[in-house]
Design a protein around this ligand. Structure first.
Ligand code: ZN
Length: 175
């Protein structure tokens, strides 16, 4: 399992007055996901563990060095329209699609979220990954309601639980 906290260091990602800095929120959720997956018996690697910059290519290299990994990248979203809200999970390879679905289904169950579905996009961390890889946009920091929720520790804990559950369901099968 590779847990990838988006952005870091000079790259703050999206920053809004409702949600704060994406790089901070992404690292916090990533650390929570990492802890939950370890507790569930997964071997995990984080691509960054603090507030520093990591090149996208390096994130992919870290992932491709693992055996049989699932790569989960964690981000928060930005839109010029404040009204836009909801989680999205991106994938490219067909093998990644069911993981994307499982994670999105879990996020959908959170209070106040209206998910925007699973989607494909040519994100470099997905394209160059040799293993199943998904990118989770946990919510829009530009939406006052959702941004405010994302800024709260209790909501980030729920986000992390949902993402971890999606991965665990994937590994153990939908039985
Ligand atoms: Zn991002």
């Amino acid at each position: 399992m590779v847990v990838d906290a988006g952005h870091g260091g000079h790259d703050s990602g999206a920053t809004t007055r409702y949600g704060g800095k994406e790089k901070v929120l992404a690292l916090d959720v990533a650390q929570r996901v990492d802890a939950k997956l370890r507790a569930a018996g997964f071997k995990t690697v984080m691509t960054r563990k603090g507030d520093y910059f990591v090149e996208l290519n390096k994130r992919v290299r870290i992932s491709n060095m693992q055996m049989n990994a699932i790569f989960v990248s964690i981000h928060f979203n930005y839109s010029p329209k404040r009204s836009v809200s909801g989680a999205e999970v991106y994938y490219i390879s067909s093998v990644s699609k069911s993981i994307a679905r499982n994670i999105l289904n879990q996020l959908d169950a959170l209070p106040g979220t209206a998910s925007r579905g699973v989607r494909t996009a040519n994100f470099r961390v997905l394209k160059k990954n040799q293993f199943p890889a998904v990118l989770v946009e946990c919510g829009y920091l530009t939406n006052p309601g959702e941004g405010g929720r994302c800024a709260s520790e209790s909501y980030r804990e729920m986000l992390a639980s949902a993402i971890a559950r999606g991965v665990i369901i994937q590994r153990h099968g939908n039985r």
